[in-house]
Every structure is written in structure tokens, then in C-alpha cells.
Design a protein around this ligand. Structure first.
Ligand code: NAD
Length: 321
């Protein structure tokens, strides 16, 4: 069995490799060559932790396995460790034998940023110039860095409930040579692409804040009860997702579906656009919205890619298991 420790991931994995792996597995999901297993998520009653498993099988890429991990809210203050902790386990689909164990923390951020980037590549207008960011925490910096590579953006506008965190975004925009401006929520109407990446349980972005032709990637809502955008926005938009079952139960669409303003049948898989079986954006005025809920197959895809890179560079640890 091979081990790729968390400390090796940063030097191995690139945004390009994460993008390619996620785009490919979204396409495999839409053509029913890959499927996700039901998600397990438990409050374990210890350290206030939420722990769970996300797994799946990709018959096209021959990737089988799971990501185990979750959220330990006291890690940072008590132990100086990050609160999100995860590990990916890959199995040989021919034999069921354990193939690899891979650090999943950085990979989670890279695969989540890759998902919104894939949605921007396939759904945003080609002439998008202003990128809007709602959220300025850990994931937001990865989201911004990856999104800036998708179009010739000339400006980033950012809003965060806690404005003292906005310099996190400004730093990334500056590094990419793009000007940054802090705005209020109505200021988002200037944006051609908006990414929401917060842990909010009530909407910040309202339908009136969004201009025709905008592409929105809702990336923060991955649990029942969380919400980042007004449900009315989903009834105005053409809605895409990684996986419909997750979108309507734990994703941003859960609220619009519960309110009866959106039906599960109206939500398309982003993979269908990648495959060419869905036309995607059909006009410059259309609002497109990607509900990125985060699926296990994304984790397996990036982990499999990083194992190949680790073997190639001679840094995978081989153990007799
Ligand atoms: P973080 O704690 O570093 O940042 C949280 C962000 O949310 C900050 O910008 C904070 O100001 C903002 N926020 C907090 N409460 C808010 C509220 N009530 N209203 C508006 N904004 C609020 O967290 P993170 O690691 O950046 O993760 C952000 C979200 O992304 C979380 O909900 C996490 O579960 C989710 N996530 C989703 C995926 C996916 O695949 N879709 C993957 C990883 C993380």
C-alpha cells in the first residue's frame, strides 16, 4: 500500500491537475460511469466533532474509495491543528485491496476550488470581467486563486460578514495582479461571476443583488440548514450541480425546493454540460447558478491524481500491508 502524507501534497498537486481530475469525474458522473455512495455524517458526541464518510466508484477512472473526516471545532485553539481534518483511502477495484492512504486536507480545498472553476469555465460568459467573492475564510482564498485563472478578470469585488477578513481576498487578488475592492451586497450587481463560500445559515446574496448574465457558484452550503443565497435567485437562474440528490438535500437548492420554487427535475448536472449533452448557458442575459455540494468522487479523483504524481516523483511511501 502507498502512503502520501499531508506534508507532501502542496509540492505535488497543482490547480491544473485538480481541475482536470474534477472535470473528468463530473463528466463520468453525468454519463453514469461513476456514482457516489450515500454520505454518512455523524455528531459523535466527543469534542463537538462532526465526522463522516464520502465515497464512490468511478468505473471510467477505476477509482474506488472514500474520504473519512470532518470538523473538530476546538482543534485550533486547543492543539494548534486545523479544524477540518480528512484522509482519503483508495482501494483496488479489481481485488478490494487497500491501494493508498492520502492526506485529504489541502486536497479538499483544491478540489472544491476546482469545482467552482469548472463551473466558471463551462457556464460563465466569455467576456466576464468582474469577479465577486462572498466569504473570506480558509476556502475563499483557494476559490479566488483558481477562479482568476478562468477568465480575463479585471477586478475583484468582495463582501464578508466579518470585514476584518477581507484582506485575505485582497492579498490573493494582488498576487494575481488584479485590483480588489470591498463592496456592500448591492455592489455585487457589478460582478459577472460570483462565488459564495461562507458557513452561513441564512442568505446574504439576494436576487436583487445579481445582474442578468451573471454566473454564480454557491460553494459553502454542504449541510442541511445552511444557506447563502435567496431561494428566489434559484427560480430566476438555470441551476446546475455536481449531484442532484445532494443539491436538493444538503446543497443550496434544498431551500428553493422546500419552498416549491424549484423542482429537482429542473436541476442539471454540470457534467452534462462538459459531455455536451446539455447546452449550458444559452444567452448573454441568462443567470446560471452552480450548486457545488462537494461529492466523494471529487476527493477520490484528486487523491488518485496525487498518488500518480507521488509515485512519479518517488515520494510515495510504500508499506507492506
Ligand atoms: P471558514 O470558517 O474559514 O470561513 C467561514 C466564512 O463564512 C467566513 O468568511 C465568515 O465570515 C463567513 N460567515 C460565517 N458566518 C456567516 C454568516 N452567518 N453569514 C455570512 N457569512 C458568514 O470556513 P471555510 O473553511 O472557508 O468553509 C466555508 C464553507 O464552505 C463551510 O460552510 C464549509 O462547510 C464549506 N465547504 C464546502 C465544500 C464543498 O465541497 N461544497 C468543501 C469545503 C468546505
Amino acid at each position: 500500500m502507498l502512503i502520501v502524507p499531508e506534508r507532501e501534497i502542496a509540492a505535488l498537486m497543482t490547480r491544473e491537475a485538480a481541475f482536470a481530475a474534477v472535470e473528468k469525474v463530473f463528466a463520468a458522473m453525468a454519463s453514469e460511469q461513476a456514482y457516489n455512495f450515500p454520505v454518512v455524517r455523524e455528531a459523535i458526541g466527543h469534542e463537538d466533532a462532526l465526522y463522516g464518510f464520502k465515497g464512490g466508484f468511478d468505473r471510467a477512472g477505476l477509482t474506488l474509495g472514500l474520504k473519512a473526516g470532518g470538523y473538530w471545532p476546538h482543534n485550533l485553539e486547543k492543539r494548534g491543528e486545523i479544524n477540518h481534518q480528512s484522509t482519503v483511502f483508495l482501494f483496488d477495484p479489481d481485488t478490494g485491496k487497500a491501494r493508498a492512504m492520502v492526506g485529504g486536507n489541502l486536497l479538499t480545498a483544491l478540489r472544491t476550488a476546482a469545482a467552482s472553476s469548472v463551473s466558471i469555465r463551462h457556464l460563465a460568459r466569455d467576456d466576464a470581467k468582474v469577479l465577486g467573492m462572498i466569504g473570506a475564510g480558509h476556502q475563499a482564498t483557494f476559490q479566488l486563486r483558481a477562479a482568476l485563472e478562468q477568465r480575463e478578470f479585471e477586478k475583484v469585488v468582495g463582501w464578508n460578514l466579518h470585514p476584518e477578513m477581507l484582506p485575505n481576498l485582497e492579498k490573493v487578488a494582488q498576487e494575481a495582479g488584479v485590483p480588489f475592492e470591498a463592496v456592500d451586497l448591492p455592489g455585487m450587481s457589478e460582478a459577472d461571476v460570483i462565488i459564495t463560500i461562507t458557513s452561513a445559515f441564512s442568505p446574504s446574496l439576494m436576487a436583487e443583488h445579481v445582474s442578468p448574465g451573471t454566473h454564480i457558484a454557491c460553494m459553502g452550503t454542504d449541510t442541511k440548514g445552511k444557506q447563502e443565497v435567496e431561494a428566489a435567485l434559484l427560480s430566476r437562474a438555470t441551476v446546475f450541480t455536481d449531484e442532484v440528490a445532494q443539491s436538493v438535500s444538503i446543497g443550496e437548492a434544498q431551500h428553493a425546493v422546500a419552498e416549491g420554487v424549484l423542482k429537482a427535475e429542473d436541476i442539471a448536472q454540470l457534467g452534462a454540460v462538459i459531455n455536451g449533452s446539455h447546452p449550458g448557458r444559452q444567452s448573454a442575459e441568462e443567470i446560471t447558478l452552480f450548486d457545488g455540494t462537494g461529492v466523494g468522487l471529487q476527493d477520490l479523483a484528486v487523491a488518485a491524481a496525487v498518488v500518480d504524481l507521488a509515485v512519479e516523483k518517488g515520494v510515495a511511501i510504500e508499506v507492506d500491508f
